[in-house]
Design a protein around this ligand. Sequence first.
Ligand SMILES: Nc1ncnc2c1ncn2[C@@H]1O[C@H](COP(=O)(O)OP(=O)(O)OP(=O)(O)O)[C@@H](O)[C@H]1O
Ligand SMILES: [Mg+2]
Length: 243
Amino acid sequence: MSLVEIENVHKSYGDIEVLRGVSLRIEEGEIVAIIGRSGSGKSTLLRCINGLEPIQSGTIRFDGQQVNSADTDLRKLRQKVGIVFQSFNLFPHLNAERNITLGLTVVKKMPPDEARTIARKVMTQVGLEDKLDAYPDMLSGGQQQRVAIARSLAMSPKLMLFDEITSALDPELIGEVLTVLAGLAEAGMTMMLVTHEMGFARNVAHRLVFMHEGEIWESGAARAVLDDPQTPELKSFLGSVLI
Ligand SMILES: Nc1ncnc2c1ncn2[C@@H]1O[C@H](COP(=O)(O)OP(=O)(O)OP(=O)(O)O)[C@@H](O)[C@H]1O
Ligand SMILES: [Mg+2]
């Protein structure tokens, strides 16, 4: 059994089909980068895996459990599948520690002391152990994004989904966030990430998936896909992004 099993998923918004028969399996410990043009369905795919979007047909299984089923407890599922977006969505009126402990004490009903210990641990993991007391507006964009990652990690997810998490950052702040991701990769976290950072995809991802018009157009070992694109669509896409 693979950790994620996506089979022939179709997803529409009204009359527009945005996922047209997507199938993909992800093994535990695997790092999969998803690339593709705007509107190709990358974010939609991540949101479907996390149960944030219903699908019209096909199946998505996570850790043996069907995501798109009426019996599935999506709250429980989302504790095991973390998702981080381009916008950090931290609570502005709570400091970093409280942003992290909130989910633990409210959703997981963890005692506050235990939650604070975890907050310290995950903030250390993202290199911000000295910023536990800082409010979001006292932090740089890169630091806020690292707190958002720490908040997800606090739930001990088995899978992390990252949707263009460096896209809103100034160029000089991108590196520190990618360093955190590389650390997670080294620690063996299973990850799917939508990214425009081709250098990062090449060096860190095991597998690269190129989406085009709602389909997986090409996929394979990251370097092979980048160095030897098989279709005109991927060639043209790679020509339009910085590598
Ligand atoms: N909530 C929604 N309602 C209607 N259409 C939507 C919705 N979300 C996405 N879409 C449409 O679905 C298609 C795929 O969108 P998606 O956000 O998955 O693309 P993407 O590959 O992530 O693009 P980008 O690189 O711009 O983030 C687009 O045509 C988009 O307009
Ligand atoms: Mg997107």
